[in-house]
Each structure stands twice: as structure tokens, then as C-alpha cells.
Design a binder for this molecule. Structure first.
Ligand SMILES: *Cc1c(COP(=O)(O)O)cnc(C)c1O
Length: 428
């Protein structure tokens, strides 16, 4: 079978929480002022209550609310596809499958959590959402989700992207969001940066500081985050849960599972249901792929660090390059984060997940090969997983082994064509 589809009745009705089944405790989240573990009350001015509860719970299954399922139903279940043409092009005995999250309204996996977060905020009477976005993937997911639940949405967008990537901004405005270039004059953190450098290009860390600051100032406003945190990975488990059913339908078991990692949410959600199988002795290799320009897992340290640049957020134990790390402006904007989800970090530390890093040119080369074979133009982020899958398939050819390789295609690259143009012109 080339496309493995579930029926709409088969959309999972519960998210899976891996924290219930890990033999280790996740290190506590620490308050930046006291270095003591944070309480749920400490976080209440920032996040919706239910999301804070989900952040710390060890409940194994969490019911997906009906209104969230209804929105999921407009694009889920997503297809599992066999990359037959790519297999042929590589002349490999491996069977390559990919879970295609590019079919969502915004073209990536991000609405899986955006819709849930918008729903809970609305249910708790929140009127306005603030968040940040780099290239615009998360901002557009949150703009879409907010429009579904009648929330106002204000997105602080890193100024260089605001100026250089106009189309995601337009998308956000179509769904009714207010897009503000960051640093802005609307917050203390923004004004401080602008005083020092009126032409500051901005950064994701600065935009986070602005979005958090403007949320805590208003009792009707809350902040939302698109990756890294436990509740985000929980919502993304819908990817892995569907995949489990799809693989069972065709009687396949994965030997290698591959995903790209920025903050770790698409990879986390993709592998969550499969991690306990490995803990119980099944042989599955999990590979988390990152850019060499932002080598959090392959070269960072496992220690406590801030989530933002201003040092305002709680301290998370994670792999980090340091909260003041500024990666070079590669085109995989979603993979330019200094830290990594604490769960993914722990799995790497314990040797369950293996990290790997690739350079930008080899990633785009693989992306073009994949697009020629399968017809889908991958997001530059997702292309990191594509590159790794191709390498694994070539190794299978060389060793004469018939592995089942499954990777997550986290999104399409149709808003990243200027990056592809530069690659094709030899200008990267
Ligand atoms: C945001 C994004 C990523 C990186 O985020 P994770 O939380 O690591 O998944 C990867 N791929 C796409 C298409 C994205 O939009």
C-alpha cells in the first residue's frame, strides 16, 4: 500500500503521557529567583490552569475534549505514506514510511497543540492570547486555533522574519491575529532593546520575553508556547498514536524512527507511544536530527537553563547551548532554539534516543531528492529528518539489510521557496 489512511472514526480520543511510563522522574522546574521548584500557582498568571495541570501530571491517558476533536477532524487522521519512489531512487532494500503532518491548515504539526491550547484558554474565560513566532509557523498555528475559539491573538514576530517573510504574516492576519514586529515599543523588554539598538533584528528569545510580559500584565490574557513543554509533547502524541494504528494495519514494525528537533515537540509526539516498547526490550532506534548550526543535543550540555534570552522564565533541566546562544540565520528557522524539551533531553541522556546533526547544504540536497521522488516539498526543518532517512536507507543498501524506516514529515516547505531558490542558485 502506498498511502495508509485511518478512517475518521479511528482518530485517537486520548493523548498519551509518556511521563506515566518512564522509570525516571523528570527533574523539577525551578523558580528563577529562588531556585526552588515552581508551584502551579507561580505559573497561573502565565498559562491556562488546565495546561499547567497537564504540564505536571503523570496520568497516562488524557481525554481529548470533543470541541478539539471536532477541529482535528478537518485534517486528521493524517496519512502514513510509503516513500516507494524514494526507495527506488536509492535502490535500497529498506522500506521507508513517513507520517505526513504537512496536510494541516497551516502546513505543519503545530496546530495539534495550538487547537488544544486555544480551547482550554477559552474554557477558562481567557480573552486574549499572546505568543511569539520566528519564521511564523507557530504564529500561524495559533492564529488559526484562536479563530476557532473566538480568542484575540497577538503574535510578537521576530523583526527580521516580519520584514523578510511576509506571507506567514499575511496568513496570521487572515485568521484575525494582530502581528507585532519584535522588539516593539509595547513592552519594557522591547523598549530596552530598542534603546540600545533601534535597528535590532530581534530574536526568538526577545519575542518570548515580550509575549510573556504582555500576558502577565493583563488578567484576561495568557501566554502560549508551541514546543519544549510537557503539555505540548502530550498533545503531539496524537501523531504517534495514529502511526501505531497505521503500522499495525499493514503489519509493520519500525526498526528506525527519525524526526527533526527544534524544541522537540514533533519528534516527541511521534515517538512517545513507541518509547515504552524499547524500555521493554524491543529493538527500535530513535534518531533526533538537528542542524549543525544549532547543535543542542550533539554539542550542548545537560543542565539547568532559562527558556528565553532575558532570563525571565523558570529554569528547565535540558540540553542547552546557553540561553544567550545566537545561532547563525539558517533557513530551518524552527530548529534555531538553544534548548530542548526536558523529556527529549532525558531520553538522550539515558541513551534511549540518539542525536545526529547535519549541515544545511546536505539537508537541502536531500529535500530536493525527496521532492522529485515523492512530489512533496518538505519544510527545511523536516528535511533534516529526510536527510537522515536517506542516509539510513543507503546504509541498508550497503549492508544488504531490509529495515523499516519511519520518519516524521513535520511540515511542507511551500512558504520556504525563497530558501529553495537560493539553494538552487548555489547561494546558500
Ligand atoms: C516548528 C517546527 C519544527 C520544530 O519544532 P519542534 O517543536 O522541534 O517540532 C519542525 N518542523 C516544522 C515544520 C516546524 O514548523
Amino acid at each position: 500500500m502506498r498511502v495508509i489512511n485511518l478512517s475518521q472514526k479511528e482518530i485517537p480520543r486520548k493523548w498519551y503521557n509518556l511521563l506515566a511510563d518512564l522509570p525516571w522522574d523528570l527533574p523539577a522546574v525551578l523558580h528563577p529567583a529562588t531556585n526552588e521548584p515552581v508551584s502551579e500557582d507561580d505559573l497561573a498568571p502565565v498559562f491556562a490552569r488546565e495546561l499547567i495541570r497537564q504540564e505536571f501530571t503523570k496520568e497516562r491517558w488524557i481525554e481529548i475534549p470533543e470541541p478539539v476533536l471536532e477541529v482535528y477532524g478537518s485534517w486528521r487522521p493524517t496519512p502514513l505514506r510509503r516513500a516507494l519512489a524514494l526507495e527506488k531512487a536509492l535502490n535500497t532494500p529498506a522500506r521507508i514510511y513517513f507520517k505526513d503532518e504537512s496536510v494541516s491548515p497551516t502546513g505543519s504539526h503545530k496546530p495539534n497543540t495550538a487547537v488544544a491550547q486555544a480551547y482550554y484558554n477559552r474554557r477558562e474565560g481567557v480573552k486574549r492570547i499572546t505568543t511569539e513566532t520566528g519564521a511564523g509557523q507557530w504564529g500561524s498555528a495559533m492564529a488559526f486555533a484562536s479563530s476557532k475559539f473566538d480568542l484575540e491573538c497577538r503574535v510578537f514576530m521576530v523583526r527580521v522574519s516580519y520584514e523578510q517573510k511576509p506571507y506567514r504574516k499575511v496568513m496570521m492576519r487572515i485568521w484575525g491575529a494582530d502581528v507585532v514586529p519584535s522588539p516593539s515599543k509595547e513592552t519594557n523588554s522591547g523598549r530596552k532593546i530598542l534603546e540600545a539598538d533601534p535597528n535590532s533584528p530581534g530574536s526568538l528569545g526577545i519575542a518570548i520575553s515580550e509575549a510573556v510580559e504582555s500576558a502577565v500584565q493583563d488578567p484576561d490574557t495568557r501566554y502560549v508556547l508551541g514546543s519544549v513543554l510537557n503539555h505540548v509533547l502530550l498533545h503531539q502524541s496524537i501523531i504517534g498514536l495514529e502511526l501505531e494504528k497505521q503500522l499495525a494495519m499493514i503489519g509493520e514494525k519500525p526498526d528506525v524512527m527519525i524526526g527533526c528537533v527544534g524544541g522537540g515537540s514533533n519528534f516527541g509526539g511521534f515517538v512517545y507511544p513507541f518509547i515504552p516498547k524499547k524500555l521493554h526490550g524491543e529493538e527500535i532506534e530513535f534518531i533526533a536530527v538537528e542542524p549543525k548550526a544549532c547543535p543542542t543535543l550533539t554539542e550542548g550540555q545537560y543542565r539547568y537553563d532559562f527558556g528565553d534570552t532575558a532570563g525571565l522564565t523558570p529554569l528547565l533541566k535540558m540540553f542547552t547551548l546557553g540561553y544567550d546562544f545566537v545561532p547563525s540565520p539558517i533557513h530551518a528557522g524552527g530548529l534555531r532554539y538553544h534548548g530542548m524539551a526536558p523529556v527529549v533531553s532525558l531520553l538522550v541522556e539515558k541513551g534511549i534516543v540518539t542525536p545526529r546533526a547535519y549541515g544545511q547544504d546536505e539537508v537541502f540536497e536531500s529535500a530536493v531528492m525527496f521532492a522529485k521522488a515523492e512530489g512533496i516539498v518538505p519544510a527545511p526543518e523536516s528535511a533534516h529528518a529526510v536527510k537522515c532517512a536517506i542516509d539510513e536507507a543507503i546504509a541498508c543498501r550497503e549492508e544488504g539489510r531490509e529495515k523499516v524506516i519511519v520518519f516524521a514529515l513535520s511540515g511542507h516547505g511551500l512558504f520556504d521557496l525563497s530558501a529553495y531558490e537560493r539553494f538552487l542558485n548555489g547561494e546558500l
